[in-house]
Design a protein around this ligand. Structure first.
Ligand code: F6P
Length: 533
């Protein structure tokens, strides 16, 4: 399946794709839905390469698997579960049947309950011991943190509710810093955990409970829970009226569309939250119906596959020229790497190509003054994904926004064009001559021919954020199907969890480190010498 693409790559890999970027390519190598445009013209993918890539979708049955996912089939085969985060935003769509039952009435009911509670908190109908809620603290980790934390930050211009804080790390520095900034009498704590067993979350939740208990008589009254485990939320002492449940067909890293998004809903209000869902739903419909060449998730996935599995570029940088999306790279790290960071295919055989890439990034222009040096002149090629809005929210500072946009476009142009030795020489010819001119010029050469894609949209709004996140979710799905892996389990996080549980009594000094490897035993001893136990 891969050979034709590898052969094609071998043929074209040394050409300068810059020479192909004419006006036709600028319209032919884009995909657009509504006002969102994905430009992949600045890559080495040509019409033949694209046809071969699209063949991958046909050969691996992406369309049938996509339809099975939307229809509620148990495509998470290792856990025997449906994958139905799309149902959470199917708010005005058709029934979705799981095990013979339409799940949509319950989805809508939960959304309405969330909206009722969010309104109560926002309007002061729900109060803490000290009156109106001023602060909401979401305690969760992974998918129970990164999605809502990213979205709350991305939609900051739409906030008109209480302040929202996020605690995730088991490092007490995290919870302590947040609690220090809140008044327990006017704080709502939301414990967000699909399983309600995650040790980091439960430890932080108990810390928050003790903090609140010092000054609030009924701490349980100021706690809410977001979980699939009603028995465990009850055992924690949270009243069922403030428990928002969901089903196991929602994966943790795909869960911000339902109860896990409660903090976002409280921050921006139920109407804006519904707009966020509508944005995602519109991308779902586009993914379900657009021909592959016009299909944003499919094309974004294929560009990723071309760069990672075919060209062998091991990482991809996500570079939002939109400061509101500062947490998007962190969010995508879980979405993409926990989903597609797997070495065996669905049937248990080793993959015959690499798993998904390392995903990383920071907002532009900050990254330009940090790691872009490596992207431009390092020895490895790093495909870049730029995100940019036509307008910001600071109308009075629009000229500054124009500078941001110019920087974004300049970076993709610079990566593609580079600067050859002649041009480099001419830059310094007035300062140097002879051998020194040659030496100085070589330091100023940019090889160029470095690929990037740009996702452009009018302005960050709840709808646009919904579209972007849904786009990336479906990109992960397509990549996973083509690689033949299960994007919806995460067995790779288990071993570390088990070993941490076993190591805790050793660290505390209650058990000896005998039996541990020499390095671990010596580190325990060193940390104990310095006060860990
Ligand atoms: O890291 C493993 C993981 O299970 C993630 O998939 C999940 O998002 C996170 O832990 C948190 O899980 P929970 O919501 O059950 O606390």
């Amino acid at each position: 399946m891969w050979q034709a693409l590898k052969d094609h790559h071998a043929k074209v890999k040394d050409r300068r794709f810059e020479t192909m970027v004419d006006a036709d390519r600028a319209t032919g190598f884009v995909a657009q839905t509504g006002d969102m445009r994905l430009d992949y013209a600045k890559t080495n993918i040509d019409a033949d390469g694209r046809a071969l890539l699209i063949d991958l979708l046909e050969q691996t049955g992406v369309a049938a698997k996509r339809d099975a996912m939307f229809a509620g089939a148990a495509i998470n085969e290792t856990e025997g579960r449906a994958v139905l985060h799309t149902a959470l935003r199917n708010i005005d769509g058709d029934p979705v049947i799981v095990d013979g039952q339409d799940v949509m009435p319950e989805v809508r009911d939960t959304l309405d309950r969330m909206a009722g509670f969010a309104d109560d908190v926002r309007t002061g109908r729900f109060t803490g011991q000290g009156g109106q809620i001023t602060d909401v603290v979401n305690i969760g980790i992974g998918g129970s943190d990164l999605g809502p934390a990213m979205a709350v930050q991305s939609l900051a211009p739409y906030h008109d509710g209480p302040r929202c804080h996020f605690v995730s790390n088991v490092d007490p520095a995290d919870v302590a810093a947040v609690l220090r900034s809140c008044d327990p009498a006017t704080t709502l704590v939301i414990v967000a955990s699909k399983t309600f067993t995650t040790i980091e979350t439960m430890t932080n939740a108990r810390t928050a409970q003790a903090w609140m208990g010092q000054s609030v008589a009924d701490t349980g009254a100021q706690f809410a829970a977001l979980s699939t485990a009603a028995d465990k939320t009850a055992a924690f002492g949270i009243d069922p009226s403030r428990v928002f449940g969901f089903e196991d067909w929602v994966g943790g890293r795909y869960s911000m569309w339902g109860p896990i998004g409660l903090s976002l809903m409280i921050a921006i209000g139920p109407d804006a939250f519904r707009a966020f869902l509508h944005g995602a739903q519109s991308m779902d419909r586009h993914f379900q119906s657009a021909p592959w060449q016009e299909n944003l998730p499919a094309m974004l996935a294929l560009v990723g596959i071309w760069h990672n599995q075919v060209c062998g570029y091991a990482t991809r940088a996500v570079l939002p020229y939109d400061n509101l999306l500062a947490r998007l790279p962190a969010y995508l790290q879980q979405l993409e790497m926990e989903s597609n960071g797997k070495g065996v295919s669905m049937d248990g055989a080793d993959l015959d190509v690499h798993s998904g890439p390392v995903v990383w990034g920071e907002p532009g222009t900050n990254g330009q003054h940090a790691f872009y040096q490596l992207i431009h002149q390092g020895t490895r090629v790093i495909p870049c994904e730029f995100l940019v809005a036509a307008r910001g929210h600071e109308d009075d500072l629009h000229h500054q926004h124009q500078l941001l946009v110019a920087n974004c476009l300049a970076q993709s142009e610079a990566l593609m064009r580079g600067r050859d030795l002649d041009e480099a020489r001419s830059k310094v010819a007035d300062k140097f001559s002879g051998d020194e001119l040659e030496r100085q010029a070589r330091h100023r050469v940019f090889k160029g021919n470095r690929p990037s894609v740009t996702l452009a949209y009018p302005k960050m709004t709840p709808e646009v954020l919904g579209q972007i996140v849904s786009l990336y979710e479906h990109r992960v799905f397509v990549e996973g199907v083509v690689l033949g892996i299960n994007s919806y389990d995460q067995w790779g996080v288990e071993l570390g969890k088990e070993l941490a549980t076993a190591l805790q009594p050793v660290v505390e000094g209650k058990q000896s480190a005998a039996g541990k490897d020499g390095s671990t035993a010596a580190l325990v001893e060193f940390l104990q010498m310095h006060g860990v136990s």
